[in-house]
Design a protein around this ligand. Structure first.
Ligand SMILES: Cc1cc2nc3c(=O)[nH]c(=O)nc-3n(C[C@H](O)[C@H](O)[C@H](O)COP(=O)(O)O)c2cc1C
Length: 159
């Protein structure tokens, strides 16, 4: 078992690709944050005011997560990845964060987006992070980010 974990949610595959590359660069284990009820294409159509993603966002709804991290207590550093949804982390990541006590853990957030930068993602997510964890970095990557950039990002943060 490693002491670094990459945990990610990805609805359309972009963040999943980056997560796998970060896990390789950081020599980390990997955990996919999957909603118990998977998202269909219609569910994530933010252009439809009545779509699931819009209802979850407006209703500040919890999105239950499938399974849990095995051996959570053994990990020290967590890279947590997601697509930017509505200028922040998706609700399923908020629910995921609420499920663990992050005291003493080192947290690095990474994201992909359609163009938004990280913005207020950290301060918006903070209330869902139990414990005195340090969020030490937060960064949005483009899908065409180079291996070199991911490697220097990951290596500089793993301790
Ligand atoms: C519900 C929803 C909300 C989104 N909100 C934003 C946003 O606020 N800013 C942005 O740049 N992109 C937004 N996007 C685009 C995604 O962040 C982008 O396509 C991301 O790379 C998808 O990652 P994934 O393939 O891992 O799901 C949104 C996408 C969806 C489905």
């Amino acid at each position: 078992m490693k002491n670094t974990l990459v945990a990610y949610f990805s609805a359309e595959g972009t963040t999943a690709e980056i997560a796998k590359r970060i896990a390789a660069a950081a020599d980390a284990d990997i955990f996919e944050v999957k909603p118990k009820e998977p998202y269909s294409a219609a569910d994530i159509n933010w252009k439809n005011p009545l779509s699931r993603c819009n209802k979850e966002k407006i209703g500040k709804k919890d999105v239950p997560v499938e399974g849990e991290i095995e051996g959570f207590e053994n990990y020290r550093t967590f890279f947590i990845g997601f697509p930017i949804w509505y200028y922040g982390a998706p609700n399923v990541i908020q629910t995921f964060m609420k499920g663990y006590d992050w005291s003493g853990k080192r947290i690095i957030l990474f994201a992909t987006s359609g163009g938004s930068d990280i913005g207020k993602t950290v301060s918006k997510l903070r209330p869902y992070v139990k414990g005195d964890a340090r969020i030490i970095e937060a960064k949005v990557f483009k899908s065409d980010v180079s291996d070199d950039e991911l490697k220097s990002f990951a290596e500089g943060l793993v301790k």
